[in-house]
Write a protein that binds this ligand. Structure first.
Ligand code: DAH
Length: 453
């Protein structure tokens, strides 16, 4: 509320007047300046009112200063309260002013009683209640005695004020002492009751493991990166041109049917879910400068019914090298390193003639079975069904039509490529019999491959 509004109210005896403030002086004297105490203000001229006490205290010397300031402070809270000018009985004041409350005997009795009660407080809550009751509540005997100071003749006031201060200080000291005791007791009790055994094991959150396909893919990629290859990726929703046409599989190519393609709406958009990672070869040749050495891991899709060894979604890993003077010997050497990374060192590899539209010549890569190594003494073999060889993937020299589709001069550049299925490799490597295990999401499956990778 702005000061002008306050001072305009003649019934608010405790509202400071800004004009008094500009006249200087401390807040107490401003609040009690006689020219602002009209006769129609209830209690303004009453002897013994708080106003008179604080005015007198302020002028009477240091002994009363504490009490006077406290009185002023308690009054300062009143302006905002409705009805603060009602007669004292209606305001709920504890008792009429009683100058006898400052008698030395009465004060001593109050001190003794209050200190004794406080000294026997059972807990901190009780102590707080006793503090209000005896020390600083509105009805506390010491508070009532303080109010009585203003009713004393000036000559007695200083002495009575001292007595009151002494008694108050004694009760306050008793309070502080008991407070210290009870706080110490409470702290000691809490230490025992709320004791925490820090040696107990915590609540552990079970950790999963990396997916075995991710682990295998990363491992193989690492092997190729170590040989100087870069990693290349492409979209899973691919265009027919990248997935088929540029790879030498024209619209009517019979090999298309073997891809069981999943097409993407709208019809005629040419969009499909890529059936292999080979389109990344095309994207790489179109976007990167030659020579190119890339390894391309990724997810692929085919319209296959799910069974123990087929899944409509599966992972592949593709490799491509296009440079001047690349020969089939480079392919063999690279695949040997690849096969060893996959199944272990010292395993023989072989290339079987095959056909892929995007390689010429084409081959299937077989790796000697790591379980029986083709030795009859170690058979029957569950891993290779006594074949002695494990079929790993397809490979070949990049068909010149593919190079031309990507703007690469086949007279100058040649290359090799290979591709393999990740699930199949992982199933052989880890003796997994159900391809579904890779997609079921059972955390125990992943955990069985260990958490340390
Ligand atoms: N893309 C073939 C498939 O999905 C695998 C493949 C064979 C990739 C020969 C190649 C390759 O790069 O040269 O069956």
């Amino acid at each position: 509320m702005p000061p002008s509004t306050q001072s305009a109210d003649p019934h608010r005896s405790d509202v400071p007047d800004p004009s008094a403030a500009s006249a200087g002086g401390d807040s107490n004297s401003r609040r009690t300046a006689p020219e602002h105490t009209g006769p129609d203000r209830p209690g303004a001229d009453r002897p013994g009112s708080t106003r008179a006490a604080s005015s007198g205290a302020a002028s009477d010397g240091a002994a009363l200063e504490g009490a006077a300031l406290e009185g002023a402070a308690s009054k300062r809270t009143e302006p905002g309260r409705p009805g603060s000018q009602r007669p004292s009985s209606q305001r709920g004041d504890p008792a009429p002013v009683d100058p006898g409350a400052l008698d030395p005997d009465r004060l001593e009795e109050v001190r003794v009683q209050a200190s004794a009660a406080i000294a026997t407080a059972g807990d901190l809550d009780e102590l707080a209640a006793l503090r209000t009751l005896h020390l600083d509540g509105r009805g506390a005997p010491l508070a009532l005695a303080r109010r009585a100071l203003g009713a004393l003749p000036q000559s007695e006031r200083v002495e009575a004020g001292r007595r009151h201060n002494t008694a108050t200080a004694a009760v306050r000291a008793a309070y502080e002492a008991r407070l210290a005791e009870l706080t110490a007791e409470r702290d000691a009790r809490v230490l025992v009751e709320e004791r925490v055994d820090v040696t107990l094991p915590g609540t552990r959150r079970p950790r999963g493991a990396r997916h075995p396909l991710s682990t295998l893919s990363d491992h193989l990629v690492d092997v190729f990166v170590a040989m100087g290859y870069e990693v290349a990726e492409g979209p899973e929703v691919e265009h027919d041109w990248f997935n088929f046409e540029a790879l030498n599989l024209g619209p009517d190519h019979p090999a298309r049917s073997s891809h069981d393609t999943l097409y993407v709406d709208p019809v005629g958009s040419g969009l499909l879910l890529r059936t292999h990672t080979s389109p990344v070869q095309i994207r790489t040749l179109l976007s990167r400068p030659l020579p190119v050495y890339v390894v391309c891991p990724g997810r692929t899709y085919r319209n296959d019914a799910i069974d123990a060894t087929h899944s409509p979604v599966f992972g592949q890993l593709e490799g491509l090298a296009v440079d001047e003077g690349i020969t089939m010997a480079d392919l063999r050497g690279t695949l040997e390193a690849f096969a060893q990374a996959l199944f272990g060192s010292g395993l023989a590899t072989r290339l079987r003639p095959s056909y892929f539209p995007f390689t010429e010549p084409s081959a299937e890569l077989d790796v000697a079975c790591f379980a029986c190594r083709g030795e009859p003494a170690r058979q029957p073999c569950r891993v290779c069904s006594d074949e002695g060889w494990i079929e790993v993937g397809g490979c070949g020299m990049v068909d010149s039509n593919v190079l031309v589709a990507c703007g690469v001069d086949p007279a100058r550049y040649s290359g090799f490529a290979f591709g393999m299925g990740l699930e199949r490799a992982a199933m052989i490597r880890h003796d997994v019999h159900e391809i579904r295990d890779f997609v079921d999401g059972d955390v125990r499956f992943g955990l069985s491959f260990g958490t340390g990778n």
